[in-house]
Design a protein around this ligand. Structure first.
Ligand SMILES: Cc1cc2nc3c(=O)[nH]c(=O)nc-3n(C[C@H](O)[C@H](O)[C@H](O)COP(=O)(O)OP(=O)(O)OC[C@H]3O[C@@H](n4cnc5c(N)ncnc54)[C@H](O)[C@@H]3O)c2cc1C
Length: 295
C-alpha cells in the first residue's frame, strides 16, 4: 500500500542573519509580510516543513545578543525575547517571578526548552501554551520594537486570536516585563495533558497576594486551552479579593472562572470535558497558591 506523500521540507526561502535589533527591523521593513522572524524554531520550523505556512524570507534572531538576558528593572523582571526557556528555568533572577519557574518545565521536553525562547512562545500565541497565560495572569508588558521606536503593550491587548498577536509585520517582540509580586504571595500552575510533554488540554496559571491583615489583596487567574487565546478569569479574581484564604469557597470560585467560556472541541477532548476539567484545575491550583502564600 502506498501512503499519500506529504512534504517534509519547507518551501524555498531566503535566510537573513542580522546581528542587531536595528538590522533585523530593517530586513522586516524591506520584505513586509513576506518575512518572518525565526527564534528557537520549535514551532515555526515544523509549520514550514509541513508547509502549513511559507515565507520568502526568514529573519534569524539567534545572532542578536541584545535580545537575550534576564534582569530586574524598575520593579519588574525583564526577560529578553530570545532568552531560552531552559535559561529561565536555571536563572536565579527569574525566581522573582515564581510563575515562570512553575510554568516553564511544563513546556514540551527539555530538548525543546533548550532551543525554544520566551519571546517565541509568547509571540507564537498558542492558546494552550503556558507562557502566554503567565504573561496574561501577571499583566506583563510586552516590549515591541518597530522602525519608528519601541512601545509597551499590555498582555490583555497583545493576544488577538489563535497564533495571532498585535505584533505587526515590521515589528519585533524584544522583551517581556513581568511584575514582581511581594513575599506575601503564592502561585500555582496546574494542567491536564494526555502525555508528559504534550500541549495541555486545559490548564491554569494563578497567583494570590495577601494584604497586611492576611486577607487576599490581589488575585490573578489565567486559563489556557479554554478559548482561542489565554483568558483572564476576572469574575473569579474579584470574588477572591477581600476573602480570607481559609474561608474562600474554591469550588464556587472555580465555577465562576469557567462560567462564560465555551472551550474548543477537537480530537483530544470535548468542549464539555475541557469545561469540567478546567473548573477542577482552577480549584486545585487556587488551593495550592493559597497554601504557598500562607506558609
Ligand atoms: C513536541 C513539541 C512539544 C511542545 N510542547 C509545548 C508545550 O507543552 N507548551 C508550550 O507552550 N509550547 C510547546 N511547544 C512549543 C515550544 O514552546 C516553542 O518553543 C514555542 O512555541 C515557540 O518558541 P520558539 O522560540 O521556538 O519560536 P519559533 O518557533 O522560532 O517562532 C514561533 C513564532 O513566533 C514568531 N516569533 C518568534 N520570536 C519572535 C519575536 N521576537 N518577535 C516577533 N515574532 C517572533 C515567529 O515568527 C513564529 O511565528 C512544543 C513544541 C514541540 C516541538
Amino acid at each position: 500500500m502506498r501512503l499519500p506523500s506529504r512534504p517534509v521540507k519547507p518551501a524555498p526561502f531566503e535566510y537573513h542573519a542580522p546581528e542587531s535589533i536595528a538590522d533585523a527591523l530593517a530586513v522586516l521593513a524591506e520584505h513586509g509580510d513576506e518575512a518572518k522572524p525565526l527564534a528557537g524554531g520549535q514551532s515555526l520550523v515544523p509549520m514550514l516543513a509541513l508547509r502549513l505556512t511559507r515565507f520568502g524570507h526568514l529573519v534569524d534572531l539567534n545572532r542578536v545578543p541584545e535580545l537575550s538576558g534576564v534582569e530586574r528593572k524598575n520593579g519588574m523582571l525583564v526577560v529578553g525575547a530570545m532568552t531560552r526557556q531552559a535559561a529561565v528555568e536555571r536563572s536565579e533572577a527569574a525566581a522573582a517571578v515564581p510563575l515562570l519557574g512553575l510554568a516553564t518545565p511544563l513546556i514540551g521536553h527539555f530538548q525543546i526548552r533548550n532551543r525554544g525562547t520566551v519571546g517565541g512562545s509568547i509571540a507564537h500565541a498558542d492558546p494552550a501554551a503556558e507562557l502566554p497565560a503567565v504573561a496574561l495572569a501577571l499583566d506583563a508588558q510586552l516590549e515591541i520594537a518597530s522602525p519608528s521606536g519601541t512601545r509597551l503593550e499590555s498582555a490583555s491587548d497583545f493576544f488577538v486570536g489563535t497564533w495571532t498577536t498585535s505584533v505587526g509585520d515590521e515589528e519585533l517582540l524584544v522583551g517581556v516585563h513581568f511584575p514582581v509580586w511581594s513575599d506575601r504571595s503564592g502561585f500555582a500552575v496546574d494542567e491536564v495533558a494526555r502525555r508528559l510533554g504534550d500541549f495541555a488540554l486545559v490548564g491554569v496559571t494563578c497567583g494570590v497576594e495577601l494584604d497586611e491583615s492576611g486577607n487576599i489583596g490581589r488575585a490573578a487567574i489565567a486559563l489556557l486551552g479554554m478559548a482561542s487565546t489565554p483568558v483572564r478569569a476576572s469574575a473569579a479574581e474579584a470574588a477572591l479579593v477581600g476573602a480570607n484564604p481559609s474561608a474562600a469557597d474554591l469550588t464556587e470560585i472555580a465555577q465562576l472562572a469557567v462560567a462564560n467560556l465555551d472551550p474548543p472541541e477537537d480530537i483530544h477532548a470535548s468542549s464539555a470535558y475541557r469545561h469540567s476539567v478546567g473548573a477542577h484545575v482552577v480549584a486545585r491550583a487556587l488551593a495550592t497558591a493559597m497554601e504557598d502564600a500562607t506558609k
